[in-house]
Design a binder for this molecule. Structure first.
Ligand SMILES: Cc1ncc(COP(=O)(O)O)c(C=O)c1O
Length: 396
């Protein structure tokens, strides 16, 4: 819900309309959980989409050495050359795709990447398609930049992914300039098959719609290996991050692979908006690639959590959820218990000590029927949450 932009005192500056984006509801759940914890309650956190584990030891060691080494100046706006080269190598090693280091742009998390991508690609008023349910800041960032998010409802029949037909229907209604897709996705954890991804990219590009791929949950795939859009098109813009697969949310570091013609415009934007990305985080991120084995052990914990949830939740009556192909989310239909998932999440927190996120954050239309569980915590905590939820749901 948009909040009022009117200041309390007439002489205070009035906030702009473009700043009037909705809040992120998960933050409200976090705040409520923190209040209960301060009063002595024990809460299992399944609301925030971030790993419980920290950055790999390789990253921490490199950061400590850099701190001890003294001055940490600005870097080039596009990022340290050695990090850009290391990211390019990651594409060769992980996907067997050649990506020129010159196309790699280091960003302040994928969040910083979205701002640079949207500013470099779109004019105010341009229409950009996104899937619903989806990650809320997509539409809020687009709106704050004056673009028009075009939310396309997806269905279980397509693994909750945008289809070429749905994209073209929206394009026919009024021309689209871009489309942004995430696979694995948040909040659903669903993934697009390589065929579905390739078909959507081809359809978009044939229609002159720029394809943007949010690949932040790559590396956290369980059903089948995630395929990068960089392998399918040089014109697609890829956005990625160290936040999830390298457990580095607070380091605020990510990257883009940009189409060659966009690199210089993005460089000019970055020079002016941020100068450069924090140097310490760039050094740590480069070393994080050497900590893959440690991160694979973290992922093995998610595999255990995912199995516990998918096997045990149905017995508690939570038997309708989307295929949890990747990321660390399970998006469960709770409509058999409630038609207000916000109230359901509030009671689950207060009465069972489990924090989860109501679906309305991700889907203004059908979200009231869904709850998102993040299973990036320790298996013992997820086990406890399932036990608590089972006892609570049986009493409903
Ligand atoms: C789909 C998706 N994209 C992007 C982000 C932003 O991540 P960051 O800015 O930490 O890279 C998130 C965070 O939860 C996300 O779920």
């Amino acid at each position: 819900m948009p909040e009022s932009v009117r200041p309390e005192h007439p002489r205070e500056p009035m906030a702009s309309h473009r700043s009037n984006v909705p809040p992120f509801m998960v933050m409200d759940v976090m705040a409520a959980a923190a209040r209960l914890e301060a009063a002595g309650a024990h809460i299992v956190h399944m609301e925030v989409g971030q790993p419980a584990a920290g950055a790999p030891a390789t990253a921490l060691t490199a950061a400590a050495a850099a701190l001890a080494g003294g001055s940490l100046g600005y870097t080039e706006a596009l990022g340290r050359p050695s990090l850009r080269a290391r990211i390019a190598r990651h594409y060769a090693e992980t996907y067997r795709v050649e990506v020129a280091p010159e196309r790699v742009v280091v960003t302040t998390g994928s969040s910083g990447g979205f701002v640079l991508a949207f500013l470099s690609l779109f004019e105010a008023g341009d229409r950009v398609a996104i899937a619903v349910p989806g990650y809320p800041p997509y539409r809020h960032i687009l709106r704050s930049l004056g673009c028009v998010p075009v939310e396309i409802e997806t269905t279980a029949a397509t693994r909750w992914a945008l289809t070429p037909d749905a994209l073209m229907a929206a394009h026919r209604a009024a021309p689209l300039k871009g489309v942004l897709v995430a696979s694995p996705a948040n909040p659903t954890g669903t993934m697009m098959s390589e065929g579905a991804l390739a078909a959507l990219i081809a359809t978009a590009e044939d229609a002159g719609i720029t394809f943007m791929s949010d690949e932040i949950y790559h590396g956290l795939d369980y059903a089948f290996p995630a395929r990068t859009a960089a392998a399918l098109s040089e014109r697609a813009l890829i956005i990625n991050s160290f936040s999830k697969s390298y457990c580095m949310t607070g380091w605020r570091i990510g990257w883009m692979v940009a189409p060659p013609a966009l690199v210089r415009p993005i460089e000019r934007l970055q020079q002016n908006l941020a100068i450069s990305v924090p140097t310490l985080s760039q050094i740590a991120a480069e070393a994080a690639f050497d900590g893959r084995a440690e991160m694979e052990a973290v992922k093995a914990g998610y595999v255990v959590n995912r199995r516990m949830l998918t096997e045990r939740l149905p017995a508690s009556g939570l038997d309708t959820f989307l295929p949890a192909d990747g990321a660390f989310y399970l998006y469960a239909d709770v409509s058999r218990f409630t038609n207000d998932s916000f109230d359901f999440a509030k009671r689950l927190l207060e009465e069972a000590g489990v924090a989860a996120t109501p679906g309305a954050d991700f889907d203004p239309v059908n979200g009231a029927k869904f709850i998102r569980f993040c299973y990036a915590g320790a298996p013992a905590d997820i086990d406890l949450a399932i036990t608590r939820m089972d006892a609570w749901l049986r009493k409903l």
